[in-house]
Design a protein around this ligand. Sequence first.
Ligand code: NDP
Length: 487
Amino acid sequence: MTTPVYENFINGHFLKNQSGDTFAVKNPATDEVIYHVEIADEFIQNAAIESAKQGFAAWSAMTPIERSRILLKAVAILRERNDELAKVEVLDTGKPWQEAECVDVETGADVIEYFAGLAPAQVGQQQMVGNDFYYTRKEPLGICAGIGAWNYPLQIACWKSGPALAAGNAVIFKPSEETPLGAIKLAEIFIEAGVPAGVFNVVQGAAEVGQWLTANPNIEKVSFTGEVGTGKKVMASAAGSLKDVTMELGGKSPLLVFDDADVSQAVSAAMLGNFYTQGEICTNCTRIYVHKNVYQQFIDELKTRTEQNIIAGDPMDPEVNLGALISKKHQELVLGYIDKGIQEGATLLTGGKALSPASAPNGYFVEPTVFVDCKDDMTIVKEEIFGPVMSVLVFDDEDDVIQRANDTHLGLAAGVFTKDIQRAHRVIHQLQAGICWINSYGNSPAEMPVGGYKQSGIGRENGIETLDHYTQTKSIYVGMSNIESPF
Ligand code: NDP
């Protein structure tokens, strides 16, 4: 059976490359090639820049309310096609249908809708300075590059294009080569909604294509989602032409469970924050610090619920709530971390092996895994694993646990479970993380800015402030009286 071949999406349509080079995309749950994608060669890269220049000219000349109206049409189409798009995401990523059906498209559409609403609300300032005055304009940057990770491909494309397009920019987006189809679908939807050709372009390929984007002097900004190490390379390359950067990077986030917490709720949060999307979520609370008074109760309930309530298998089965990891290579990496945890002396509470469910025997599954008796200096406690592997640690002193939670170069997210309202805020204010939850974990509505402290990121996505990352301020001084000159 021949599989489809997708071309790059440039200037409002698919465009064939000249090299003829392609790459294959596999369904992680079956290990089968599902389609091929053409790599963006030099011809495509040049065409993408020309296309984005023209797209920018047309789009930035429109009024914000016209742009808003068109983006809202795209939002409506995204919602209408929810199931078709969710299926694309399941086949590309291996995540369960029961998640993609209600989260991936929905949260992407929400963010475009949010920024479409804000587009006409952007205003400059005006101030008198003596008899003269100045005013400011919020102008778009020009061509922005988006580079995405593979865990939420369509959502990431929406989160980057929403604010960029609302502010009047053009975008060249490169999805991960593991999950390239969602961004193409979004590009088609933008065209159908009336976004002018060239405003949103999709280039395909691996790191080389990303490197070309970050080095290209025609591009004003790079918004990147991916690993910390890649983020550093992207930033170094972007520095060559002093591009603006937004970095959404990895994490090793702590969840603190105090002894007055609702333990069942805390277990729910810990499971969601480690096993949702089979653990491939940047904000996951992979270090769970539990107060010694509730430690045993916590791990007993965690073990029971993990062993009884998790169903791995064909991700398209609506009953399945644990999907396949993105690739064989990633599965091996995660299993390698589990081995390391055992070698370094952590105790396996449950899980620890590769899984081969009857409905998806060739998929890259890993059992939901919980380590207890963990120590702060263990590799599994220090490094991002990006799989269904939870480390549980014990504490008995508030100040001490805050210091331990902060003892990392990462700072993406953090959570606290306690019924003491003063402690909740006192502790969360001291945690060095950009996204924090109290008696909750993982929700990320369009209205709330998200991003990392320390090496987990630069800038924010979502929330009003993100528009500032996609605009530049022009100040205009207006002389109302004769110039006084010594010359
Ligand atoms: P990577 O850093 O490997 O890749 C991210 C993107 O960058 C991909 O499109 C990749 O291409 C591309 N890329 C790779 N090398 C370069 C380079 N030198 N220059 C430019 N682009 C490059 O991340 P993953 O895809 O493995 O995603 C997992 C990581 O993403 C985790 O660390 C996770 O925490 C983080 N993440 C952060 C989020 C946040 O909001 N903070 C959200 C989601 C994930 P290709 O893959 O095609 O090679």
